[in-house]
Ligand binder design. Structure first.
Ligand code: PRX
Length: 636
């Protein structure tokens, strides 16, 4: 049966794509409903059973400790290190010689590492860090292009019980410095640069600039990638390759507690200050590996490509950690999808016989724009499953992805989750009948609801706030250094019920399928990147010419959403194209190119509440020509 024969239209008009017999017969999990039921009825039993499949130094005393809600703890008393599971246990037997990482640089250079070689590289890096004084509990900032050493640096930190804070390579010096200062990092790992669309991004110059504002950095280790000249400061800066030749390839993995900090990762929220979500060794190892294994039905011979950046949670969870825990072969690619032409990804899929591709709707829409001829040039029939993450996928892009990339035979796993959740929360399995644009149903152990402000479930098909009703092992434990903000942002609205507020709105249809509508707080997803309106506004206001600013997200064909801004200038100043250009550049240098607004409009006033809060909702409705809703709190 071809997939086409199995498209059905339901009573509400949505199409359902049923998996082919072949997909079903290959699937490990053939019955979602009964396993889901079991996972909810005995949540702790379900997670304990899955946790048994990992390797522990010492077993836990308690699966879930909820005595200090919302600061849940999982597998307390257990001793585990994610490296023991991702690397150490793969050093015996045939898997040691299995390829762990296939890497391709944008210029076309290639490197491969077996699990044994990954162990050697990570051990060397770990010894280098130890030699530079990094200890258990320290936080190391990593600001790098997507080269294998980025993964090795993360893994090396974990191996010695230090935590990493990876800052996406697209962030500016100011943003990097802010994140270094927040975590008071002593050590920064960077590179001389990385390749992007044929150009070098000068990460070392940006790092130097950041370090000039971050006095806590005493050691900066630089990986040589692009070979262009960079400035090194004696006594602080070290070349990685020089340290590497001296380093031993043997290093004991630190025995960490299940609840020990594995990493922090900054993401945008509703204030101007980014927040660092904290994840731990035990629960995160378990949650990421189980979701990866079941959702993508991972087999020994899979070639897995998560085409994200390790600088985001998707890369942490599904490029670096979970595939290695599951002993999978991972593809890593440094550069742009359309370099030197829009066939780059398809060429790589053909060359490496990639079996699973996991990417974002923005990337799909971007490649779709170049037409079918690019994928058609390459034999991409090795693909058996596809995935999507980061923003709602529009049915048009879904169908193109399914038809042209998936040859109508690859189911698409549209996974909904967040930096805070660690791993997939609402997602299909390969056996799930799919509706284009719906993330389908909750993963095992996950209970969700769509509710109103009082916590009452809204009617079938109606939009409401998406909440998570019970804890899960992969959940962020707190916001680093700010427990109160963690409680306030995620748990306060539904404190009585003990639910986690996702910040997204959604609806659930009569088949129980979840349709994510988007963020309802002051967070904008631009090309899948998460940005806060307040961050953009405070970047604008930090410019001398600006008195007040407001930022909103408006739908954009390619990016999902784009940032539009409204600016009130200081007394006596007049708006001009030149000033708008300057302000755009300013936001870029304060945050990074991803935050540069699509438009900057000079205005005389902004709609505000009587207490002075900008009513972004009104700006948005006006821009879209929609009803402005309740204006009773509007000041003028
Ligand atoms: O709005 C949702 C959207 O991305 C947000 C989380 O962003 P971030 O923490 O950067 O993590 C992105 C990668 C997991 C969510 O609150 N989002 C994520 N996945 C989807 C999605 N929206 C719709 N469909 C998805 N599959």
């Amino acid at each position: 049966m071809s997939q086409d024969d199995s498209i059905k239209v339901t009573s509400d008009g949505s199409e359902i794509y049923h998996p082919s017999d072949e997909v079903v017969s290959r699937a490990t999990i053939k019955d979602y409903d009964s396993l889901y039921k079991r996972s909810i009825e005995d949540r702790e039993g379900f997670w304990a059973e899955e946790a048994e499949k990992l390797s522990w130094y010492e077993k836990w005393d308690k699966v879930l400790d909820d005595s200090e809600k919302p600061f849940y703890k999982w597998f307390t008393g257990g001793k585990i290190n994610i490296i023991q599971n991702a690397i150490d246990r793969h050093q015996d037997g045939a898997i040691a010689d299995k390829t762990a990482i296939i890497w391709e640089g944008e210029p076309g250079d290639k490197r491969r590492f077996t699990y044994r070689q990954v162990n050697e590289e990570v051990s060397k890096f770990a010894n280098i860090l130890k030699d530079k004084g990094v200890k258990k509990g320290d936080i190391v900032t990593i600001y790098m292009p997507q080269v294998p050493e980025l993964a090795f640096a993360m893994l090396a930190c974990a191996k010695i019980g230090a935590a990493h804070s990876v800052v996406y390579g697209g962030f500016s010096a100011e943003a990097l410095s802010q994140r270094i200062n927040d975590a008071k990092c002593r050590v920064l790992i960077t590179a001389d640069g990385g390749w992007r669309r044929g150009k070098i991004i000068d990460l070392k110059a940006i790092s130097n600039d950041a370090m000039s504002r971050s006095p806590s950095v005493e050691v900066c280790i630089t990986i040589k990638r692009t070979e262009h000249e960079v400035s090194m400061q004696e006594g602080r800066d070290y070349w990685y390759h020089e340290l590497h030749t001296e380093a031993s390839a043997e290093c004991e993995t630190e025995v960490t507690d299940a609840e020990d900090m594995l990493f922090i990762l900054y993401t945008s929220g509703t204030t101007g200050r980014p927040k660092a979500l904290l994840h731990t060794h035990g629960g995160y190892s378990l949650y990421t590996s189980v979701t990866h294994k079941y959702v993508f039905d991972i087999k020994d011979n899979d070639i897995w490509w998560c085409a994200a950046d390790p600088g985001w949670i998707t890369g942490h969870s599904y490029i670096v950690y979970s595939p290695l825990i599951n002993g999978t072969t991972v593809i890593m690619y440094e550069g742009a999808p359309n370099f030197p032409n829009p066939g780059r990804w398809w060429q790589m899929i053909a060359e490496y016989k990639v079996t699973i591709l996991y990417t974002s709707p923005t990337a799909i829409r971007g490649l779709m724009r170049f037409g079918d001829k690019w994928p058609e040039k390459h034999d991409i029939s090795s693909l058996r499953l596809l995935g999507s993450v980061g923003e709602p996928i529009n049915p048009e892009a879904w169908k193109w992805y399914h038809r042209v990339i998936g040859n109508e035979t690859c189911p698409i796993m549209d996974t909904w989750w967040q930096t805070e959740t660690g791993g997939f929360m609402i997602t299909p399995l390969p056996i799930t009948p799919l509706k284009p644009g719906s993330a389908t149903k909750p993963f095992f152990g996950i209970e969700i609801a769509v509710v109103d402000d009082n916590g009452n479930e809204v009617a079938v098909g109606e939009e409401g706030k998406l909440v998570l009703k019970a804890p899960w092992p992969g959940m962020a434990r707190t916001i680093y250094g700010d427990d109160e903000r963690f409680r306030e942002v995620y748990w306060k609205d539904y404190e009585k019920q003990g639910w986690y507020k996702t910040g997204d709105s959604a609806r659930i249809d009569s088949d129980g399928y979840v349709w994510i509508i988007g963020r309802i707080d002051d967070v904008i997803k631009v090309s899948g990147y998460r940005l806060g309106t307040a961050e953009i506004e405070s970047a604008l206001v930090s410019h001398d010419a600006v008195s007040e600013a407001a930022a909103i997200g408006l739908p954009h064909e390619l990016k999902g959403n784009a940032i539009h801004t409204f600016v009130i200038l200081r007394e006596g100043l007049e708006g001009s194209d030149k000033l708008a250009e300057e302000l755009g550049q300013h936001v870029r240098s304060e945050i990074g190119p991803i935050a540069r607004p699509e438009s900057i409009e000079f205005v005389d006033s902004l709609p505000k509440t009587r207490s002075g809060k900008i009513m972004r909702r009104v700006l948005k409705a006006r821009a879209l020509g929609e009803d402005e809703g309740d204006l009773s709190t509007l000041e003028e």
